[in-house]
Design a protein around this ligand. Structure first.
Ligand code: EPU
Length: 339
């Protein structure tokens, strides 16, 4: 295992900000994960596992520990029957390549999550979701290294405690587990309408009535390209804010002032309000704040145009959060994790 010293995190995160990692290495097997954790423990250094860096913000002070880049590969069919195929995927696999491969196999379940940057192992952390699917819908289990007990184990989907853009991996058990593989059960049936609003609108407008995973993938990629800047060329981390979740008692007050405010009732009786709408409707869409642009095509996305430090991003973020709060009395929060 090669260990490198003083590596700029801005080169490994798509927001292109932040200081240095004191040490950086790559892990290619679960055993290498255990080895690097044990070596960090022996030196009393903190650990951080980095996937594609497309949902992680690095701070200016950098990371005074070991950053391990997840490179575990694997794509193995572990069960197959008339209705479904179950696949175990190495955490370091590129997520979109995995989606593409399953779509080419004629499987359904993750095709609406096409075009999402990053690694497969990162998807359970914030319960990645897009266009009506989320990883919690198809995930059976994750293989994980437990850094507290120094053992390898399997967590079921129920153990992961998935909710909207959240799981135990970024809440109760933050920093404890390293996901080394994910196991997904995908369907051999083709996707069925009704679809997520933006997709359904596209199908209706184009008079489309036949739906395959490949068609969903192609259209999702088309819609994404029109709304989301490519992190490979334009520094950003996708949605910078989570959509707001509010209680029913707050709904009437908001509707009274803003009759057009979009909201979606959730299974648990709370309501989801698109943060993009809130940001746009307090006049921030397209604005440049401290070198950070509120993206013209989607106010939920912040693009690093000329910010030179995390501090710039922090100031822009706080101004947006405060303006939304002062205008609508709704609190929004950052979606990407911080190292
Ligand atoms: N909206 C606005 N103005 C904007 C952006 C959105 O009014 O600038 C409104 C739209 O008109 C629509 C509503 O907000 O009524 C919802 O918009 P959209 O369907 O585009 O989805 P979203 O809630 O903005 C979420 C995810 C995206 C995911 C899309 C599609 C979160 C934080 N974001 O965005 O995920 O691609 O749904 O399913 O849940 C990501 O996490 O990085 C990401 C891109």
């Amino acid at each position: 295992m090669d260990i490198h010293t003083n590596i700029p995190l801005k080169n490994f995160t798509t927001m292109k900000l932040g200081g240095n990692a004191r040490f950086m290495t790559e892990v290619r097997t679960p055993q290498e994960v255990a080895d690097v954790y044990n070596s960090a423990k022996a030196q009393s250094l903190p650990m951080f596992i980095l996937g594609g860096g497309s949902n992680v913000i690095a701070r200016d002070e950098g990371f005074n520990g070991i950053v391990a880049r997840m490179r575990i590969e694997g794509f193995d069919i572990i069960a197959d029957d008339a209705a479904s195929t179950t696949i175990r995927i190495g955490a370091g696999e590129n997520w979109d390549s995995v989606v593409k491969r399953t779509v080419e196999m004629g499987l359904s379940g993750i095709e609406a999550m096409s075009g999402i940057p990053g690694t497969a192992g990162a998807t359970p952390v914030q319960n990645v979701g897009a266009y009506g699917q989320e990883i919690a819908d198809t995930l059976i289990s994750v293989d994980a290294y437990d850094s507290i007990t120094n053992t390898f184990g399997v967590l079921s989907a129920a153990d992961c405690n998935f909710t909207y853009r959240d799981s135990i991996f970024r809440s109760d058990a933050k920093g404890r587990y390293v996901i080394t593989a994910i196991t997904l059960k995908l369907s051999k049936n083709q996707p069925q309408p009704p679809f997520y609003e933006a997709l359904q609108k596209y199908f209706d407008e184009h008079n489309m009535h036949i739906f395959t995973s490949q068609i969903i993938r192609d259209i999702v990629i088309q819609i994404r390209n029109s709304k989301l800047p490519n992190p490979a060329t334009t520094p950003n981390t996708g949605s910078f804010f989570k959509n707001a979740i509010i209680d029913k008692w707050q709904v009437d007050g908001l509707k009274a002032i803003n009759p057009n405010i979009p909201m979606y009732e959730m299974a648990d009786g709370t309501y989801k309000i698109p943060a993009g709408w809130l940001i746009e409707n307090c006049g921030l869409k397209g604005q440049l704040l401290h070198g950070v642009r509120v993206y013209e095509n989607n106010a939920l996305v912040l693009v690093n145009e000329s910010a030179t430090s995390y501090l710039d991003l922090e100031m822009a973020r706080n101004e947006i959060i405060n303006k939304v709060r002062d205008t609508f009395r709704v609190q929004i929060e950052q979606e990407p994790l911080e190292i």
